[in-house]
Ligand binder design. Structure first.
Ligand SMILES: NC(=O)c1ccc[n+]([C@@H]2O[C@H](COP(=O)([O-])OP(=O)(O)OC[C@H]3O[C@@H](n4cnc5c(N)ncnc54)[C@H](OP(=O)(O)O)[C@@H]3O)[C@@H](O)[C@H]2O)c1
Length: 297
């Protein structure tokens, strides 16, 4: 019997509908259109695809969007100058700098240079600090916030549950562990964070009520690592070669879906699980940034 699918597309659409309603309210009551600037450096095809998906979603939901593209040779100083302009631009409420950045640019410097009140990606040290302290006035990174919403809207109880997070990146693993261990009704989990130096991974994973995989290794989580009835959230998006399709590749997660699904009580697919939630939370955060700037939130 296949575990029940968590339909990330459908849940993301619920959130998008809520965002559309909030945008309509801002326009009607305050004449305000939330604006998002997306900065792309270089020609990484994956990044270009993500940026156009974000552009399309902005126009679908009714946000103002600006895309600023630079060649891969751009210096850190040039990028910082643009971010400074965007920090002061009134029509822009949210700023996102698409990762990965070329090697001559420090991602840390860039994340720290976005105005924290426009940091809708939640990567500024101030927002990470607020997340760690449980201060709700900051922005949580979009993918971890999306995982949290998926759990809440799928009726998964995290209170007292053992959550095992595979991966400790600042984009996914670390912040998702901070969110779920918070002292809050929709959190309150006992969280174990694993990484490439963790011992006895399979054993730790088997003790999870909720297993969140975010390591970037195709099909890493196998059936023997999952206990019967666990909830499995697959954040991984990995390209694997597939000559049978025109593109020459297909996307798979960090979880061996076909083998794990029969053991899980709930499981996210890839694609169609966490992915759509990331963009939905970005739109949500941008609207919230506009509301906060204008004292509406
Ligand atoms: N769905 C979405 O919207 C979305 C958004 C962001 C990322 N992703 C996907 O999520 C995955 C992870 O992304 P990321 O940015 O967090 O990756 P990352 O920065 O490369 O971090 C990977 C983490 O996994 C750990 N790790 C790697 N191999 C491992 C292994 N064999 N055993 C145990 N731990 C291992 C690493 O450990 P160390 O710290 O020890 O190196 C690190 O903490 C990728 O597939 C990415 O494409 C999806």
């Amino acid at each position: 019997m296949l575990g029940k699918l968590i339909d990330g597309k459908a849940i993301a659409e619920q959130i998008n509908a809520e965002t559309v309603a909030e945008i309509a309210c801002l326009k009607e009551q305050y004449g305000l259109t939330p604006g998002l600037a997306v900065v792309l450096v270089g020609e990484n095809p994956g990044s270009a695809t993500y940026v156009s998906m974000k552009d399309k979603m902005c126009s679908r939901l009714g946000l103002h969007s600006e895309r600023i593209s630079f060649p891969a040779s751009t210096s850190e100083g040039e990028l910082l100058a643009i971010l400074n302009d965007l920090n002061f631009k009134r029509e822009i409420h949210g700023i996102l700098v698409q990762s990965p950045l070329p090697p001559q640019i420090s991602a840390e410097d860039i994340f720290a240079s976005v105005d924290p009140s426009k940091d809708v990606d939640g990567f500024h040290p101030l927002n990470i600090g607020k997340l760690a302290l449980g201060d709700p006035t900051g922005f949580a990174p979009c993918t971890p916030a999306g995982v949290h919403e998926l759990l809440i809207r799928s009726g998964v109880k995290t209170d007292g549950a053992h959550v095992v997070v595979l991966g400790r990146s600042r984009i996914v693993g670390r912040p998702v562990s901070l969110i779920l261990s918070q002292k809050a009704p929709d959190a309150n989990a006992t969280v174990t964070v694993c990484h490439s130096r963790s011992r006895n991974l399979a054993e730790i994973c088997r003790s999870a009520d909720i297993l969140i995989a975010a390591i970037g290794v195709p099909h890493f989580v196998t059936a023997d690592m999952v206990r019967d009835g666990a909830v499995v959230i697959d954040v991984g998006i990995n390209r694997v070669e597939d000559k049978a399709v025109d593109k020459g590749y297909r996307l798979v997660g960090d979880v061996a879906f076909d083998a794990v699904a029969p053991k899980a009580s709930l499981i996210t697919p890839v694609p169609g699980g966490v992915g759509p939630m990331t963009i939905a939370m970005l739109m949500h955060n941008t609207v919230r940034a506009a509301q906060m700037r204008h004292g509406v939130a």
